[in-house]
Design a protein around this ligand. Sequence first.
Ligand code: IFM
Length: 458
Amino acid sequence: MTLRFPEGFLWGAATSAYQIEGGADEGGRGPSIWDTFSHTPGRVIGGDTGDVATDHYHRYRADVGLMESIGLNAYRFSVSWPRVIPDGDGAVNQRGLDFYRRLVDALGEADIEPLVTLYHWDLPQALQDRGGWMRRQTAFDFARYAEVVFGALHDRVTLWSTLNEPYVAAHLGHYAGWHAPGTTDVQAMMSAQHHLLLGHGAAVAAMRAIDPARRQGIVLNLEIPVATGDSPAVLDGTRRVEGLLDRSFTDPVLAGRYPSDVIADLAPARFPVEPGDLEVISTPLDWFGVNYYRQWFITEAGMGDLPLSEFPGCGHVSATTAGQETTDMGWPITPQGLIDVLTWLVDRYPGHPPFMITENGCAFDDPVAEDGTIDDRRRIDYLRRHLAGLHQVIEDGIDVRGYFAWSLLDNFEWASGYSKRFGLIQVDYDTQARTLRNSARWYAGVIAANGIDAPPLR
Ligand code: IFM
């Protein structure tokens, strides 16, 4: 049975600057917090860094050719702030802007619609030295950077996203300490979160002032946790995870408030809200991006196999993958969760803008066969099942305009370095040779048919 998607559906793949570009010291780029973090011993598995990554900075034309060969009609990438404004708030580096201009032009020639993300976690180190996202001024520095990039590219780029996954930047970067800048403090987390969101709103306003016809959005990672029992601890833990991961981002952006239970749970730490901030943060958007990978199944402390240490105040619960297939990240494969998250959004925020699935994918490392092919049937199965779920919600009337597989290429998977492979395309890091996995060929068929041959969702 072929499940067809709406006419004009965007079929893309996604990447981010630090994960693929390399060229860390080239073209006038300044250092970012991820350069500092990855060069700090013990922070990234294997001591890996993004210095070279997939060398996309030099190979972008060939990479656009690979996108064309898959038939992508959209490509989501991020701009490196320190490539464009090396010290964060000073002089603009024209060579940095030129790189993105060339990339956007190459995409245009290939008839691939660009979706530009302005911030995918690579804050200029110079701004971090002055407090980074914990400092209010960084929000306005971000808006100015957005204005600079938008000014250079808005003639060619319709789709804009301010932030990618501010949860990860704020919570994993400032509370768990697993991501740059590696801070471990609840107040730092809350300040970073609020200033990221304020920067989002301020950037949207700045870009709309230049050209209101472009389509502004944000990308959040959302996963609605599931309680595996009804004990008070499990119910409370599930509420807390949902509050920290989902509502404390969706409520300010889509409803102009922070959730009162999260505020109470985290006190005496606080979101440093000033008058007018929530109006700025909740400025209406043209589209809303959801990154979806896995679900959290909440159980009693000690009963689960996944720690919940990234969630403050959740020591009384853990997460379990019992009975679930998992990816190389240890994440359960739960396509139903994609349906749950979109349904949750629609129910909770009646005035929501159209959605796009801006990331979805899995890490699996399958060998190259003698004939040169890579049989990654687990990735195909993952993608097919999630697309079947997506098709179901679209049939149910939810307005979803596009889907971006994570990722186009294997790349620098943050604290996991190069040890986890998410690509439709395999990268040999010794030679930088690219090989299309079978999933890339399968995805090409999906795009050509604008649909999937899908068994029912399992
Ligand atoms: O690689 C990341 C990406 O940068 C953001 N979303 C999740 C991906 C997989 O962990």
